[in-house]
Design a protein around this ligand. Structure first.
Ligand code: AHR
Length: 658
């Protein structure tokens, strides 16, 4: 397929001309290509503290009692000074306010169940507080209810609550009496007053009123959501979910990414261990180096999609893990069964085994599912086993669910090349991944124009312009927007696409992969310029692609290669309302006046103009300056022929009516 690209030099010859007035012609009467109804979407996995310390609103860190420290990174680093190094390993996120008051140790046996075997043993010589710093602090807001629960062993009075790191301000608390030498579950509710000042630096505390021996297992703390969309709304951080809704996603690709595969078979995303009550989920280590409680399990992913009006693109584990191990043939059958069960959980009726389980888990309605993806990035599997594994899954899924479209993670050539019977290989959709710098995005901005229309459809399941860290800058947004014009123009074959990674916790230690779309700390979140570019594109989309002619587009020198065009563009039209959405990206340092000619329609009245721009490409947004680069709205008079001014380093959407 890739051999069919027109060479870049050829495409530049068609568009470049020095010092001419750029002209763009919109051939509205020739709009034929249909924009895929699942075009803009989201991709997610547990990376960069996406859920733990991110979208998943559970506030306490290390509830599974897994994380040890040699003494370097205890509470003091999260909210004060450091403990001396070289001391014996200790629980990392569970700390005594006075370390001389007793000892803390993880027990690895005798937990609350055979699934949650671990607990915290607390031996106290005097009254003291146990503290948890959350994920780089706990956010406290006024007039908010925090619902918690925890398993304790021991007897005596305790107070649980939220307070400032210096312990001087208690934001909310509740007294409890512990009264059992065996595990017993206690629930509590912490209510902040209306005059509490918002902070991201609170800690959770358990004040033990007496010396004694206690144990703690699987505590959780959730703020109550202010808005409820689905049965799971309390599960998601409201501010981050609001940002996602703005992106108007039509799908959510989950659970990965590498998170689907895991480093080993034991660490794959094993969906059956991610449903049901939280404490029945064993959790597992993410390939990105930290513990996942699986509080964001299959149902929470599905409801997340529903929460933003999207459908799932379900990635099913395909028998290959990141250390290179794989299974095929008969050994793959249990994994195929797992995938079929997972689909049944997603779309099955109450009369099916797993559909009934979903109903019991609180979601009676089946979800809408179009695409299932087999594995993730199996082009890394050097054994060549993917073609066999893929076909085993493909045949089994199609036999039971012929309506589903199956996504392959290897291209057709590789699949057929490794197959015993190449003619038997069937591919509906191919998932392509592109992580590039801005220059590479510009150079690739004609990539899909020459893809074979008779071949499989394309899902660009991970892409990003990698400029800026932790979140991307304006330079990245320009590369992204150029790339999106290419995908939109070809959205008859590019049926869906999504940026990755979606999230990053911007605190030190939160990021494993830079150039992310949305950043946050415990309290607030913000969109990068790339985020805003995507919102602008997704919010302004028709259902047909309008062919465009270009003339006099200047070029800009870039890197060591040929110059690249300064402008990138695409138009779509809404065939029901007649609205036209023209998008133009100016990647250069010079302003441009573009003559727009509309053929086959007469735009009238005032057009709405939305612009994202910055003085320098390296400008960006951050927690401290979240709105440095955000879309600006204006209007202008348009006709069949008009001049569109473009600022340097800008992305412009013109919404006009024909
Ligand atoms: O997006 C980060 C990683 O990049 C994904 O987990 C993986 O699929 C890709 O290599």
């Amino acid at each position: 397929m890739k051999t069919m690209f027109i060479t870049l030099a050829a495409s530049l010859l068609m568009t470049a001309s020095v010092n001419a007035q750029p002209k763009l012609t919109l051939q509205v009467d020739k709009a034929q290509r249909t924009v895929s109804p699942t075009f803009y979407g989201l991709m997610t996995e547990e990376i960069n503290f996406s859920y733990e310390g991110g979208l998943y609103s559970q506030l306490l860190r290390d509830i599974a009692m897994q994380e040890m420290t040699g003494g370097q990174q205890g509470r003091r680093q999260q909210g004060g000074g450091a403990r001396p190094s070289g001391s014996a390993p200790k629980p990392r996120y569970w700390l005594l306010s006075d370390s001389t008051a007793g000892t803390l140790r993880f027990n690895t046996t005798g937990g609350i169940s055979f699934i949650q075997k671990r607990s915290l043993s607390i031996e106290l010589t005097k009254a003291v507080s146990l503290e948890n710093p959350g994920f780089w602090g706990i956010a406290v807001r006024p007039s908010t209810t925090y619902s918690g629960d925890a398993y304790f062993k021991g007897n005596g009075r305790i107070t649980v609550g939220l307070r400032s790191t210096d312990g001087n301000t208690v934001f909310a608390s509740q007294d409890l009496t512990l009264s059992s030498n065996d595990w017993r579950q206690y629930t509590f509710s912490l209510q902040t007053a209306a005059d509490v000042k918002e902070t991201k630096d609170a800690v959770f505390f358990i004040q033990f009123q007496n010396a004694g021996n206690y144990a703690l297992a699987y505590p959780t703390l959730f703020p109550k959501a202010k808005k409820t969309y689905t049965v799971k709304s309390d599960w998601y951080r409201t501010d981050i979910m609001d940002l996602l809704r703005e992106m108007r996603p039509t799908f959510l690709r989950f659970p990965g990414g590498n998170y689907l595969e895991g480093n080993t078979f034991k660490e794959r995303f094993d969906w059956k261990r991610t449903i049901g009550p939280l404490a029945t989920r064993p959790g597992h280590r993410s390939p990105w180096g930290y513990w996942s409680t699986d509080g964001m399990g299959l149902l929470e992913f599905l409801c997340w999609a529903e929460e933003c009006g999207a459908e799932p693109i379900l990635g099913v584990f395909a028998g290959y893990v990141l250390n290179g191990d794989y299974v095929e043939g008969d050994a793959l059958e249990p994994f195929i069964k797992d995938a079929l069960d997972e689909i049944e959980y997603t779309i099955g009726g109450p009369d099916t085994r797993w559909g009934a389980r979903r109903v019991r888990d609180g979601h009676p309605e089946p979800f809408h599912l179009t695409y299932v993806e087999i594995g993730n990035e199996d082009f890394f599997d050097r054994s060549g086993s993917y073609s066999h594994r893929f076909m085993q899954f493909y045949d089994a899924i199609k036999a039971k669910y012929p309506q589903l479209q199956i996504i392959s993670t290897q291209d057709e050539r590789a699949l057929r090349g490794n197959a015993e019977n190449p003619a038997a290989v069937k591919v509906d959709v191919i998932d392509e991944h592109y992580y590039r710098n801005a220059e590479a995005m510009y150079r690739a901005a004609q990539q899909y124009d020459s893809y074979d229309r008779k071949g499989p459809k394309i899902f660009c399941g991970e892409w990003a312009t990698r400029e800026g860290s932790p979140t991307t800058n304006m330079n990245a947004a320009l590369g992204d927007a150029a790339w999106m014009t290419c995908m939109e123009r070809n959205s008859d074959i590019v049926v869906a696409h999504c940026y990755a990674p979606l999230f990053v916790n911007v605190n030190q230690g939160g990021m494993q992969w830079e150039s992310d779309l949305i950043g946050y700390d415990a309290l607030t979140s913000f969109g990068s310029p790339s985020y805003h570019a995507q919102c602008m594109f997704a919010q302004n989309l028709g259902d047909k692609v309008v062919p465009m002619l270009a003339d006099g587009v200047p070029t800009v020198a870039m890197g060591r290669g040929e110059p690249v065009p300064q402008l990138y563009y695409n138009t779509t039209v809404d065939s029901r309302t007649g609205q036209l959405y023209l998008k133009v990206v100016n990647i250069g340092a010079t302003a441009q006046q573009v003559t727009i000619t509309v053929q086959g329609a007469k735009p009238k009245g005032k057009a709405e103009v939305i612009t994202l721009k910055s003085a320098r490409p390296e400008d960006t947004n951050s927690i401290d300056n979240p709105n440095n680069i955000i879309p600006q709205k204006s209007s202008m008079k348009v006709s069949g022929n008009f001049r569109l001014p473009l600022s340097p380093y800008s992305i412009t959407v013109v919404k006009m009516w024909k």
